[in-house]
Design a protein around this ligand. Structure first.
Ligand code: BGC
Length: 736
């Protein structure tokens, strides 16, 4: 058993909140050391040092999990940091755990206060071992970080000496919830230096890093003793060019440093922000060279590349990547800046396919899905936010809770790991059973076998769609029962395939699937068209294969898009809109929507200088005014799900269900003369898959690269070509 289980949970005798406490202990070695291993976790986030040097290159450990059920511990090799006499120090910030979410009734995410559990095992060359455990022999004192909060920021008082040390107190707290690191540690990544200095019309001093990112700023602090340097982090300037922070809601995103009179380098350790700009107050002369922005996110490896003849599209790809970087910070979050930053299941579900194209996210989602499973209620409901908030809000909304079924399947397609699918299967099944149990309750209400229950109850619906009379209205107009029924059918379809792969008897679910599809057709469709006239309605009927007349539904969708002249879809419809148009044989219309630059469109924010994907189509209106400050993030990844269509249809790279993880690849590009050349690749377990093409003298020239060990075929303008490993050169004229 890991030595951490012998250690004792320790805390300060008196709560130091909001000051960061330092737990420490000195010890000497009694011989030559072969290896030293530190196993460590905390209530809060820890920053561990041995003899003044940081242990490990990860930050915000032990990460964010469903704290009541699961708490990770980290294992570090500390051998190189040991000396004869040692000082082991661990500071514990409040992290996610103790922030009070104003948006959710001012409740802490999890109960309790900062605490530490650790064991340093030293193995000597003579084979003997010694373990330093957290216990009453440790001390605690206050540090110069006199305020810390993940959402609000830090105050560092460099004039403060370390506080008076007092013995740590052992207390009883569960060790049953411990597990070794399961996810991907958060690390520092890109550094943005030399920001542009701006003095706004209001006279504010601002630095622009040129990229919206999630992270913090390293500051070279100069100043007289007692000077107070304040740095506010924010996303956008308003239409007059002044600082705009209202969309951050209650999150203060502010660092405050009180100078000691001696220059030093400062960077926060217990907080992060979503920002592109900083506003600086409290010093007379701001030198941009003293400020560096550091992007922090889970250490996921990028696996895609994309470039094409349309520069704005290349920038959109860049924005999608940065939306993911900024919101894959230990858990998949909706946004990194305002007083939210939560693991909204709907956003994650919508984006998961794109996420797995652009980065290696298998482990990242494995951990998060385990948290989600741990939070499933006994009757099968799935929360809309995971890790769940302390007060357990928001259970089971269609398109959100379905993350429990859809994400494991998407990960299976992307990585081909049946073990993970098997691990998720009980959660998937239980969630579908929950829906089915509700259906059965209503069975008498109709002559159909069941009534989908979620016509009532709470659903977010086609969140932020533009089909309401008021474009600021968050609730899309598409019928919520239609959306819920469509998702039930989609979930059933996935569950049946999964069950069969795992050798399960699925006839009960097959019947339920048939009933659901029949119900959808009876309740929401007529003559192959959805009764409702929103774009999202036929999109779901097409993409989830619920229509019995795809030609009629496709024509309906094309008609709506052409009539509006643009998209009007929200979170639900947007992810599938271009796919649905492709299914309707209208790739031309899909490309028109993709390349549209006027409001509303994917490229409109790009023309407005966006460097990440916005939460709303109308985040900044064409006349420069902002959408509702209550919900207007400039770094939300959901609409970035369009990259999935660019990858799988425009570039035409598709994994396939029968040989997942890209063991078999189907190249199905649909080139369009408006994108005259394109290069797109994806790093798989087998090697790099590539699709490249260009138009020359009316002929399309394709190069498809197939890694060794994979099989592949290409479908070009209705003809199928077998491919071999290595590069395949094909040319074809577009006849259609
Ligand atoms: C979040 C969304 C989320 C939604 C629920 C918002 O506040 O930012 O992205 O999915 O709430 O509809």
């Amino acid at each position: 058993m890991n030595s951490i289980y012998q250690a004792h949970w320790i805390k300060a005798a008196k709560n130091t909140n909001p000051c960061v406490p330092e737990f420490f202990r000195d010890f000497s070695l009694r011989g030559e050391v072969k290896r030293a291993e530190l196993n460590i976790t905390a209530l809060g986030v820890f920053y561990a040092q041995l003899n003044g040097k940081k242990i490990g290159d990860d930050i915000f450990a032990p990460g964010w999990t469903s704290y009541t059920h699961r708490l990770q511990y980290m294992t570090y090799d500390a051998t190189g940091l040991l000396q004869q006499n040692n000082h082991l120090s661990v500071c514990v910030g409040r992290g996610w755990r103790f922030h009070k979410l104003k948006a959710w009734g001012n409740k802490q995410i999890a109960p309790d206060g900062a605490a530490l559990l650790c064991a340093l095992t030293v193995t000597y060359t003579d084979g003997t071992e010694e373990t330093i455990l957290s216990d009453e022999n440790w001390f605690v004192r206050r540090t110069a970080t006199v305020y810390n909060d993940m959402y609000n920021g830090e105050t560092y008082d460099a004039t403060k000496r370390p506080g008076k040390a007092s013995p740590a107190v052992c207390f009883s707290y569960s060790k049953k919830i411990l597990l070794p690191l399961e996810g991907v540690p958060v690390k520092e990544h890109e550094i943005f230096d030399n920001p542009k200095k701006i003095i706004t019309p209001k006279g504010e001093t601002v630095l622009d890093f040129g990229q919206e990112l999630t992270g913090y700023v390293q500051i070279h602090v100069h100043g007289k003793k007692g000077d107070r340097l304040t740095v506010k982090h924010f996303e956008v300037l308003d239409k007059d060019g002044n600082v705009y922070t209202e969309n951050l809601r209650a999150a203060k995103q502010t660092v405050c440093v009180i100078c000691s009179g001696t220059d030093f380098l400062y960077q926060p350790k217990y907080t992060f922000y979503g920002f592109r700009y900083i506003q600086i107050e409290g010093i007379d002369e701001v030198n941009p060279a003293d400020f560096k922005a550091i992007a922090v996110y889970s250490d996921i490896k990028q696996t895609s590349s994309f470039s094409c003849s349309v520069d704005l599209l290349n920038q959109l790809y860049h924005n999608v990547l940065w939306g993911q970087k900024g919101n894959f910070l230990d858990v998949p979050t909706d946004c990194p800046q305002r007083d939210e930053r939560l693991g909204w299941t709907g956003d994650a579900q919508i984006f998961a396919r794109t996420a797995a194209i652009n980065f290696d996210v298998e482990k990242f989602f494995e951990k998060w899905l385990s948290d989600l499973a741990s939070e499933q209620t006994p009757d099968g409901e799935i929360p809309c936010i995971s890790p769940a908030h302390y007060s357990r809000i928001c259970l089971s909304s269609a398109a959100w809770s379905d993350a429990a079924v859809i994400i494991p399947w998407q990960m299976y397609l992307a990585y081909g790991n049946l073990k993970n699918l098997e691990k998720a299967y009980p959660m998937m099944k239980k969630y579908v059973d929950f829906m089915a149990s509700c259906c059965e309750k209503n069975a008498e209400a109709t002559d159909l076998d069941f009534v989908h229950p979620w016509k009532e109850g709470f659903h977010y619906g086609d969140w932020l769609a533009l089909d309401q009379p008021d474009p600021e209205d968050s609730n899309g107009r598409t019928n919520k029962g239609l959306i819920a029924t469509a998702y039930l059918a989609y979930d059933l379809c996935i569950l049946i395939k999964t069950g069969k792969l795992l050798g399960q008897e699925m006839s009960y679910y097959e019947k339920l699937y048939e009933d659901t599809v029949r119900f959808f057709r009876t309740e929401y469709m007529q003559n192959g068209r959805t009764i409702q006239d929103t774009q999202t309605a036929p999109v779901l009927a097409l993409f989830f294969n619920l229509t019995d007349d795809a030609a009629a539904t496709g024509a309906q969708l094309a008609e709506y898009v052409q009539k509006a002249g643009h998209l009007t879809t929200g979170f639900v419809g947007t992810a599938y809109l271009l796919h649905a148009l492709s299914l309707a044989g209208r790739d031309d219309l899909a490309v028109s929507l993709l390349l549209r630059t006027e409001y509303p469109s994917w490229l409109y924010p790009v023309t407005k200088g966006a460097t990440t994907v916005w939460e709303r189509w109308n985040g900044i209106h064409p006349d420069g005014h902002f959408a509702n400050k209550k919900m207007n993030s400039f770094n939300h990844y959901a609409y970035g799900a369009v990259f999935d269509w660019i990858f799988s249809r425009l570039a035409g790279i598709n994994p396939c269900e029968e040989a997942p993880g890209y063991r078999h690849i189907r190249f199905t590009p649909m080139p369009d003369a408006r994108v005259a050349w394109l290069n797109c690749s994806k790093q798989t377990a087998y090697g790099e898959v590539k699709s490249a093409y260009r138009l020359q003298d009316g002929i399309w020239h394709f190069v498809f690269t197939v890694p060794e060990g994979c099989t592949a075929e290409a479908e070009l303008f209705g003809k199928t070509y077998p491919l071999h490993s290595g590069e395949n050169n094909l040319s074809a004229a577009q006849t259609a």
